[in-house]
Design a protein around this ligand. Sequence first.
Ligand SMILES: Cc1cc2nc3c(=O)[nH]c(=O)nc-3n(C[C@H](O)[C@H](O)[C@H](O)COP(=O)(O)O)c2cc1C
Length: 171
Amino acid sequence: MEFLDLAKRRFSERNFDKTRPVEEEKLAKILEAGRIAPTACNYQPQKIYVIKSEDSLWKAAKLTHTYNAPVVLLVCYDMNIVWKNVREDGYNSGEQDASIVASSMMFEAEDLGVHSVWLRGFSSKLVAETFELPENIKPVMILALGYPNGETKPSPMHSTKKELSETVEER
Ligand SMILES: Cc1cc2nc3c(=O)[nH]c(=O)nc-3n(C[C@H](O)[C@H](O)[C@H](O)COP(=O)(O)O)c2cc1C
């Protein structure tokens, strides 16, 4: 399938079947797509927590709506490893590194027929407390994964995309 067709097919799934796990071999491929993603200076500061036990899923669902996903990936970066910009005080590439890792995993999931939704409606502080993250590990997003519970369709937001002319210009 052409990448653009895959990208157009993907939508945020918000109605997972919690009784249908993601196959281990598919999960391994999804994580592999994240492993090989580009990162600033190739420092690979990402840290991914696989959350699939009932107890951990329950904890995750208290932090943000996870839509009954049977597996969620908590994507973080490590402050001790991340690239820091000497030309801009206080700037590091952690959010970008984690996001490209997460995007790669999201599209690999789609390619495998596994639905997903990107989640950020959580408090980083509560995530760190709940999952006892070390001080240097910074949460960026949660990628919820799974199969839909029966009939599913994209939310209206999926088709409300701006025209290129609104977001792209030549300088
Ligand atoms: C940075 C980011 C944060 C998001 N946070 C949430 C979230 O917390 N909860 C949620 O249901 N969807 C969340 N989404 C999904 C967006 O709402 C969704 O991608 C957007 O509405 C377009 O819909 P589509 O993904 O179906 O094309 C987030 C997406 C991004 C990129």
